[in-house]
Write a protein that binds this ligand. Structure first.
Ligand code: SAH
Length: 416
């Protein structure tokens, strides 16, 4: 695929490093990067790229501001600054989302809505976030403002929906803090259900404004299928899905295993996960709202004391860019699941964690890079690790039965 066009704002935006570089070349560079970091452990399989690497992002975020002449602009912060670079269209963002953001710029003018000034704290509109379920067509718009009062809110919503009848929910999020975080704590639903749904690997997922959802659903299916295939489930396994977000990987795995416990720090994501299990009629999965490391420490300690508490056979882990932490990895090793499938969005922290696991009883068996973020330097990777001595771990199991048996820890969220 020959890529000739160059994004006019790529230097200031800093999002897409590969400009004018063919997609094949981008894939080669990423494969080489993963190979360099991970090749010393085991075989690195060829990277899986996209058929169409454009407009894959289902989530688009725009900062709102004014230019020197007072015109409303929206776009991204210039890399490393708080100066807003106007963006009207983007080669990797969903085009409908970009069009909706353009309409909001226009409506701000006609409704005389002021944009928020980060220096003075005056003005209203700070950010707009658009999320779209590619498989369902549902669209969420989040309007982030610096104060709770949204003048002419009903008319604004009406006008926005008139131009974009495809919008299924509109949320008003209030962020009155001087912070670089986009979303504030409080939110009010202005229109619709307050969430959207999407379908991944045949299962429906509910997504809130604040919960994490993979931004490239086409490649997410490729990634999840690879992770589940790598785990080699037989139907008997008790699984932990750590850093589970809205529960996607664990729920997709749930058909192939005995039970899943998902662990996630974000409360909204856990609420979505519980709702998702219920909506999909999945009975063998539970969710815990906790720090994944703390949860593993508690589980390992509880399992050591009580032989009825089962430790997992398989741990699926998908930590943020910073990777996992010592508490998590140490407790993982203590419990010694036979299989660990590590899904990573940062090969540098992945290499660090896998190196540690290789020194502590595990062997990497395969590495599969997946290109989730064409034109950017980011790459996603699945690694399969097996315990070197399957009998070396504590031979106790977490019990998942309802009514009988033991619940692993008291803060396990109620079964959906
Ligand atoms: N597996 C999910 C989410 C992966 S993103 C998916 O594929 O969609 C990483 C997730 O880890 C986010 O949902 C984030 O909220 C969560 N997270 C970050 N730090 C955490 C921690 N210390 N403990 C538990 N979850 C954490």
């Amino acid at each position: 695929m020959n890529i000739k066009e160059i994004c006019p704002v790529h230097k200031k935006c800093g999002g897409c490093h590969y400009q004018g570089v063919s997609y094949e070349e981008q894939l080669r560079v990423k494969e080489k990067m993963v190979g360099k970091l991970m090749g010393k452990f085991c075989k690195v399989h060829p990277i899986v790229g996209m058929e169409n690497p454009y407009h894959y992002r289902n989530k688009v975020h725009a900062v709102f501001d004014r230019d020197r002449r007072g015109n409303i602009i929206s776009g991204v912060y210039k890399e490393g600054t708080h100066q807003v670079i106007p963006v009207e269209s983007c080669m990797i963002e969903d085009q409908l989302a970009d069009a909706i953001i353009g309409t909001i710029r226009k409506l701000c003018k006609s409704f005389k809505i002021k944009t928020y000034d980060e220096d003075t704290g005056y003005g209203l509109l700070r950010h707009v976030l658009v999320k779209r379920g590619f498989a369902t067509g549902q669209v969420m718009v989040v309007l982030v403002t610096g104060s709770p009062v949204f003048p002419s809110r009903n008319n604004f919503v009406k006008a926005l929906r008139k131009e974009h009848p495809e919008i299924t929910t509109i949320i008003h999020n209030i962020n009155d803090k001087r912070t670089s975080m986009v979303l504030g704590e409080r939110e009010k639903v202005m229109y619709g259900k307050g969430y959207i749904e999407d379908i991944l690997c045949g299962k429906k997922f509910r997504i809130s404004a604040k919960s994490f959802y993979q931004v490239n659903p086409v490649q997410t299916e490729v990634l999840y299928k690879k992770a589940i295939e790598a785990a080699g489930f037989t139907g008997k396994e008790h699984v932990i899905d750590a850093y589970c977000g809205i529960g996607t990987i664990g729920m997709i795995a749930s058909d192939h295993v005995a039970s899943v416990v998902g662990v996630e720090l974000n409360r909204d994501a856990v609420r979505d996960a519980i709702g998702n299990a219920k909506a999909n009629g999945i009975k063998n999965v539970r969710f815990v709202c906790d720090d994944a490391g703390k949860f593993m420490v508690k589980l390992a300690a509880a399992a050591q004391k009580d032989a009825d508490i089962k430790v997992p056979d398989v741990v699926l882990m998908d930590p943020p860019r910073s990777g996992s932490d010592e508490a998590f990895l140490k407790s993982l090793v203590k419990m010694g699941p036979e299989t660990v499938v590590y899904v990573s969005c940062n090969p540098v922290t992945l290499e660090r964690d896998v190196k540690w696991l290789e020194k502590n009883g595990y062997k990497a068996k395969g590495v599969w890079p997946v290109d989730m973020f064409p034109f950017t330097v980011h790459v996603e990777t699945v690694v399969l690790l097996s315990h070197k001595k399957p009998d070396g771990h504590i031979n106790v199991k977490v019990e998942f039965g309802e009514g009988e048996g033991k619940v692993p820890l008291d803060n396990i969220a109620k079964r959906a």
